[in-house]
Design a protein. Structure first.
Lengths: 392, 368
């Protein structure tokens, strides 16, 4: 009898506790929402900034080189040299400008009006007949990536010209030889358009921003002003406080995500080959990871300036530079590669690009989702661990 | 005049103390610039030096083997798998194990010896189209060389001798680090400046400051100079990493470099103080700063060239101090430009400092 009644009693208490739990979480969440809506600067970061960022990234950040101006110094007046120049004009990537002397070319280059100088020396046609002609290419190397692309284009244009001429005339005294042609097919991005890989990446950046940066500041503010300590004397438990912080910012992040997805599809016409639902689910998991990171940072730092700086430096900047967003991690030194592999953003980046451009590649989806879930549990658990009802 | 100096100097001391007395602050002002200049210096590369590829060679002849040997010889391409059937291509590309698959068809050898054109198919993972595009150009170069050798048995009849000005090995790092000298310090100077007045306002000490004998100009100078000094220190850290660790030769003069830097940092401090003056509390100041920092960095040419942007964004970037600072630093650092040659950058920076600082001062007075 006694056993049964205590069992009933404990059951009753259990129900009551969980009821109180939701009531407290709901009322705290309502308070957080009000606070969020009251200060317009929060909403600006959560909603206006994502919009601005995606527009800037989508329109502003392009690594594609088209119509790069090249000064051509034609020292050889022969028709064959002029033919080389017209070979360059065929390329959509280059726009050659013929100048009269090396001096003029240098002047244009110093003023940054051209990206390179192609010099066709006066002995060009004579040496071409002998089979060892040389042209000189000077590129402006400050923007290294641009210079590399331009160098490749010029090389390609000249090689193609050589091959065309050779095919036409044949090499004297030799049997006709076969040649290898390159047929390339770029999967997932047949247009070779950098917007297609930048825009999905922006989603990662924006979710990191809202999750880690915004949340860390909001929480640090409560620590700094002592309002969290005031909450500690109330019946709410740390888990409830955390949940009430997570819910509104999670929703802000989802609004940001929704806008990014719309912009990606409608504005930039990035195709989406994978499942939309999986993308949504993965983004939610990543949002939790970012929120967890923000909460941990703020609970450890307890100061708005420090928390915002640490959030910026440990989440946003690495997501920009080390996650494979712009710079391919395959090409960096091993130590940097390892650091990149530690970042949750790296996995979400791979996942979201695959889902957008390649489709449902299950092994990749499982691997990366599992890692993200692991990070979410780890970081949220850590946040719960460092947010204790304890005064300093 | 002497009084003015005495007051301003005491304010500087107080401001520097307020910033530097907290050990966590001292760490956050030094360590990030140091760590990030290392990290980004290593991470920022558009060059390819490790392209994992899979080979599907159905011809299995001596010529195809030679072509592949040439690819392997570049040191850039690393074979991670050898495929047997075209059906395996999708799996290895989808999973990201290989960036590209080189597919040599069964009739390759036959067509070549018959004097025909033999195709080599290259299938690439375009999820990072930039990397894929660079890989295509590398493979194309190898194949063109191979063709030339097939044709004449010796070198090609026409060669391009290329040389790069200012950055002989065309390393992205050389391009990025001078830009980081300005960008990394801007993030924190803007934030410090934005917080300085907002914090005093939140704590109520700003009102106290206003009733002291300090004139608003003195308060402004007192706030601006210490933060400028901190910004300069951070820039110096990045500069030292670039020169001493990455050994990027400094072509221009330090004097020109610092002249530009000082103007730039003053302009950012002015901007930060102006934000500070319009924000109600620290959180707002910080969020507004952040909203400003992101576009400023992205539209500055730090990671992607300004010239690749559409016209309206290029026009918008004309009010971005970082755009001019990065251009100036790259020109002075890499190209050895003189003060006169970078006047294009100096004048806008000067104008911005002249506008933002008095604006901040005016806002101090008109918003209590």
């Amino acid at each position: 009898m006694i056993d049964r009644s205590s069992e009933v009693a404990s059951k009753h208490v259990g129900v009551k506790r969980s009821k109180g739990f939701w009531k407290r979480v709901m009322s705290l969440t309502r308070k957080e929402f009000r606070q969020l809506l009251r200060d317009k600067s929060n909403l600006a970061v959560g909603i206006v900034l994502p919009m601005v960022l995606i527009l800037i990234f989508g329109y502003g950040l392009s690594l594609d080189v088209t119509d790069a101006p090249i000064a051509v110094v034609l020292e050889d007046p022969s028709p064959i040299a002029a033919e080389v120049v017209s070979g360059l004009e065929l390329s959509t990537y280059l726009s050659p400008v013929v100048v009269s002397s090396m001096h003029d070319g240098r002047r244009l280059m110093l003023a940054r009006r051209v990206d390179g100088i192609l010099r066709i020396p006066n002995d060009f046609s004579r040496r071409l007949a002998a089979g060892d002609a040389q042209v000189q290419l000077l590129v402006h190397g400050t923007e290294a990536s641009r210079a590399i692309i331009i160098r490749a284009y010029v090389n390609g244009a000249i090689r193609q010209w050589t091959q065309r001429t050779a095919d036409r005339e044949g090499v004297v005294g030799k049997p006709k030889a076969g040649s290898v042609t390159l047929v390339e097919r770029m999967w997932f991005n047949s247009a070779n358009n950098s917007t297609w890989y930048i825009v999905p990446g922006v989603i990662v950046l924006i979710m990191t921003l809202v999750g880690a940066f915004l949340t860390s500041m909001v929480m640090a503010r409560e620590w700094e002003r002592g309002t969290l300590e005031a909450l500690f004397v109330s019946p709410v438990r740390p888990t409830e406080i955390l949940l009430a912080k997570i819910i509104p910012y999670f929703l802000v992040g989802m609004v940001g995500l929704g806008m990014c997805l719309l912009a990606a599809r409608l504005l930039f016409q990035v195709p989406m080959f994978g499942s939309f639902l999986i993308l949504l689910a993965c983004s939610m998991i990543y949002m939790l990871v970012a929120l967890g990171l923000g909460l941990v940072i703020s609970s450890v730092m307890k100061n708005q300036f420090l928390a915002s700086q640490v959030a910026l430096l440990t989440s946003f900047m690495p997501a920009l530079m080390l996650s494979g967003f712009l710079f391919d991690l395959r090409n960096v030194p091993t130590a940097i590669y390892m650091i990149g592999q530690l970042l949750p953003a790296t996995y979400f980046m791979e996942l979201i690009r695959t889902l957008f451009l390649a489709g449902n590649v299950w092994p990749l989806i499982f691997k990366n989702t599992a890692i993200l879930v692991g990070y979410a549990i780890l970081l949220l658990g850590l946040a719960r661990f460092v947010t204790r009802k304890k005064l300093d | 005049m002497l009084d003015f100096l005495r007051r301003v100097i005491s304010l500087w001391r107080k401001e520097l103390l307020a910033i530097l007395k907290d050990p966590a602050n001292r760490v956050i002002l030094v360590v990030p610039s140091l760590v990030e200049s290392f990290l980004f210096g290593y991470a920022a590369t558009y060059d390819l030096n490790n392209v994992p590829y899979a080979l599907l060679d159905q011809s299995r002849g001596a010529t195809s083997a030679e072509l592949v040997a040439r690819l392997d010889g570049t040191g850039v391409f690393r074979r991670v798998a050898t495929l047997e059937t075209p059906g395996e291509i999708a799996k290895i590309i989808d999973s990201g194990k290989a960036l590209m698959v080189i597919h040599i068809g069964p009739r390759f050898e036959h067509r070549l010896t018959g004097g025909d054109q033999a195709a080599v198919q290259l299938i690439l993972d375009g999820r990072n189209s930039n990397t894929a595009g660079t890989a295509i150009s590398y493979v194309a170069t190898v194949i063109e060389d191979f063709n030339a050798a097939l044709r004449s048995g010796s070198g090609p009849p026409l060669t391009v001798e290329s040389r790069a000005w200012y950055n002989p090995n065309l390393e992205t790092r050389w391009f990025l680090l001078p830009g980081l000298i300005a960008s990394l310090s801007m993030i924190q100077t803007l934030m410090l400046a934005a917080l300085s007045v907002a914090r005093e306002r939140e704590n109520g000490t700003f009102d106290q400051l206003l009733v002291t004998p300090f004139s608003p100009t003195e308060i402004l100078i007192g706030k601006a100079v210490p933060i400028t000094l901190i910004g300069l220190m951070q820039s110096t850290i990045v500069l030292l990493v670039a020169v001493l660790w990455f050994q990027i030769p400094l072509a221009g003069s330090l004097l020109t470099l610092y002249a530009g830097l000082i103007l730039f940092i003053i302009a950012s401090v002015g901007l930060g103080l102006a934000i500070s003056a319009v924000s109600i509390n620290m959180q707002q100041a910080m969020l507004y700063t952040f909203m400003l920092v992101m576009p400023l960095i992205l539209l500055s040419g730090l990671t992607t060239p300004v010239r690749n942007m559409p016209q309206f964004l290029q026009t918008a970037s004309l009010v971005n101090p970082l755009r001019f600072a990065i251009d100036l630093l790259q020109r002075v650092y890499l190209e050895g430009a003189t003060l006169r040659m970078v006047s294009y950058d100096l004048v806008p920076l000067l104008i911005m400092s002249v506008i933002t600082l008095p604006l901040a001062g005016w806002l101090f007075r008109h918003r209590l």
